[in-house]
Each structure stands twice: as C-alpha cells, then as structure tokens.
Design a protein around this ligand. Structure first.
Ligand code: NAD
Ligand code: ISE
Length: 335
C-alpha cells in the first residue's frame, strides 16, 4: 500500500506538503498531521480521510499507520523531531535548515551514524529545480572549464515580521550555501557579510539587504545578494562565470509580452510558486527512494556543512569581516 506519512508542522510549507502528498505525489498519503497549534492541525486533518491530528510529534511517530515523517516545523524544533524519528527508525524528509546551529547538526549526524544507516533527506529543494539541474549538468560536463565565480541573487517580495539577521543567514542564505557546495562540489571555507545602509523598508531588527561573499576550498569566489523585502517579487538567480564562458538561470523569461509600448513578463511572488515543481520532484524522489528502501538526495552531512557555514555567517554579522568556517572531517558514512 501507499507510504503513510506524518507531516510535522502545518504552517505555510507543511500545509503545502500535505496537499502535495495527497494530490500530486504517487505512492504516499498523509496519515498524521502534527502541530503545537491544536486548532490549525485539526482544521488540516478534517479535510483528509484517514488522517489523525496530533499536537505531540512523538505520539504521531509511534502510530501504527505512520511509515515516514516529513518535518516542516521551524528550524529550532527539527533536532527533537529527528531524534524521535531515529528512535522509531523512520525515514525522514526534513525541511531546511537541518538545525539552526552546527553543534545540534553534529548531534543529529552522530545519532544517524549510531543508527547505522542513513535515514534523512534534507529539504534543499533547489537541487530538484529544472534550471539549477541544467546548470549543474553543464558545469559538471566541463564544457565551460573550471568555475571561477558564482554570482547569486536571493530576493523575497517580503518576509514575515520577527525575521532577524540570524534568520536571514540560517533560513534564507542557507540555500545558497547548499547550492554553492552542490554546484561546485567544494566546501565553503570562509564567509564575509557586508551590509549597505538598510533600505527604508527594512523591518525593525533586520538589516536588509545584505551582501555575502563565500570562498571555497577549490579557489572559487561566490557572492550573494540577499534582499528580503525587495517589494517587487520573488527572484532567485545564479550566474556561473567559468574559464570558457558563463551560464545564468532564474531570469524567468519564458513568456515575454509586448503591449502598450512596453515589453515584459510577470515575476513570481513567493517560493511556493517559484519552486512548485522543485518541491514536487523533491517529495516524489523521497517517496520513491523510501519505497525502494533507499535514502537519496541531500544528506545530514550536507545539512551539517551548511549549518557550519551559517555559524560563520552569523559570526561575521556580529564581529564584522571574514570568518573562517570550522568543519569536522567528513565521516566515511557520508562518502
Ligand atoms: P510556519 O511558521 O508557516 O509554520 C510552522 C508551523 O510549525 C506552525 O504551524 C507552528 O505552529 C508549527 N510548530 C512550531 N513548533 C512546532 C513543534 N515543535 N512541533 C510541531 N509543530 C510546530 O513556517 P514555514 O514557513 O512553513 O517553515 C517551516 C519549515 O519549512 C522551516 O524549517 C523553514 O525553514 C522551511 N521552509 C522551507 C522553504 C523552502 O523553500 N524549502 C520555504 C519556507 C520554509
Ligand atoms: C524560506 O524559509 C525559504 O526557504 C525560502 O526558500 C527563502 O527564499 C526564504 O527567504 C526563507 O525565509
């Protein structure tokens, strides 16, 4: 029968994943939903046949009809949910970030190794985006030679209130950390965060935008503009500059309209729209691998490595200047 999935956290992403599992993905159905918000979780479960609402993640993971777990609670709640999933030896798709700091990511990595087999796919969905996978295939082909630099833009139309400078690194910039490691096949060795005088639209407590530079162990230099209240839309762009050419994605020029003396197109308004296909492929890949008894995609090592880079990023924000990334050796288990 289909894989019975417990979805933990039924906010913006969790609710979208519930819909996806039940309506888009094949081979799985949602048998449990969990949220500390009892009213929200009941409302989500009410619409779904054979789905039980829980307020305690551990109770859901102990249920007989739960075969796998999708964690979509906020980052600080991930470690506890992951460790409980390991107790039940359940396969997990964990939304990014794996955890909000390197020490907790390391604890998760040690716990998975004690289990003796990989159980976790981390939700770095850009690896499943059609444009990013084309860029990766091109760079891997060697046609353009070695990648010298990567320029990235990560813009959100707006961000919910309460988003801090640390959130900008741990929740937003973390995507470019994974993209950099994955596209280049290199580790990030240092992070430098620069901040222009904030936009007058920047909310209290957030310096917006920020400009970040990564250096890698393969000698590449990577820059990222993160602008979370740009106002006009959701844009994620990347340009690789290589020895024999350059390649860029994210311009969204699929439909160009000429009218009334102007040319142009529309801009997606949020990640749910921009990365819809990537999330679909990510969750389908997880379900397919799980049903084959395999674990594929971004691993706990990738989640840990990104968390270590995040830690350097947050330190650069508070101390200023270039901060080196401290990374433990990659265990043979994750090679
Ligand atoms: P959200 O605030 O909309 O939803 C989070 C939900 O989790 C809320 O309903 C909250 O009540 C619930 N919750 C809080 N603590 C919990 C706990 N201990 N156990 C169970 N439920 C709990 O947040 P969101 O935007 O949906 O983000 C959720 C996760 O998804 C985060 O890890 C975030 O980084 C990630 N995310 C990923 C992407 C992406 O592009 N891949 C986009 C947005 C968010
Ligand atoms: C959010 O959590 C995401 O993961 C989105 O992809 C990102 O664009 C956004 O800035 C984050 O807050």
């Amino acid at each position: 029968g289909p894989l019975g999935v417990a979805v933990i956290g039924t906010g913006k992403m969790g609710a979208d994943h519930v819909r996806r599992i039940n309506e888009v993905v094949s081979g799985a159905r949602v048998t449990a939903v969990v949220d500390v918000d009892a009213e929200r979780v009941k409302a989500v479960a009410d619409g779904i046949e054979g789905c039980t609402a829980y307020t305690d993640p551990a109770a859901a993971m102990a249920a007989a009809d739960v075969d796998a777990v999708l964690i979509a609670s906020p980052g600080p709640a991930h470690e506890a949910a992951l460790l409980t999933a390991f107790e039940h030896d359940l396969p997990v798709l964990c939304e990014k970030p794996l955890t909000p700091d390197a020490a907790s990511a390391l604890r998760v990595m040690e716990a998975e190794q004690r289990l003796g087999h990989r159980r976790v796919q981390v939700g770095f969905m850009r690896r499943y985006d059609a444009e990013y996978t084309k860029l990766k295939t091109l760079l891997d082909s060697g046609e353009l030679g070695r990648t010298l630099m990567l320029h990235n833009r990560h813009r959100n139309a707006s961000i919910p209130s309460g988003f801090t400078n640390a959130n900008l690194v741990n929740d937003s910039l973390v995507h470019e950390m994974d993209v950099t490691r994955w596209l280049l096949g290199q580790e990030i060795t240092s992070v430098t965060v620069l901040r222009p005088r904030p936009s007058s639209h920047a909310p209290e407590g957030l310096d917006d935008p920020q400009f970040v530079v990564f250096e890698t162990d393969g000698g590449a230099v990577v820059d990222v503009e993160v602008f979370l209240n740009c106002g006009f839309g959701y844009q994620v762009q990347a340009e690789a500059v290589c020895e024999r050419g350059s390649a860029r994605i994210g311009d969204a020029h699929d439909l160009l309209v000429n009218t009334a003396g102007r040319w142009g197109g529309t801009i997606a308004q949020d990640f749910v729209e921009r990365f819809a296909d990537a999330y679909d492929r990510e969750v389908q890949a997880w379900v397919d691998a799980t049903r084959r008894g395999e674990v594929t995609g971004p691993s706990v090592w990738d989640g840990y490595a990104a968390a270590a880079v995040c830690e350097a990023g947050v330190r650069s924000q508070s101390e200023g200047g270039r901060v080196e990334v401290e990374l433990v050796d990659r265990p043979a288990f994750y090679r």
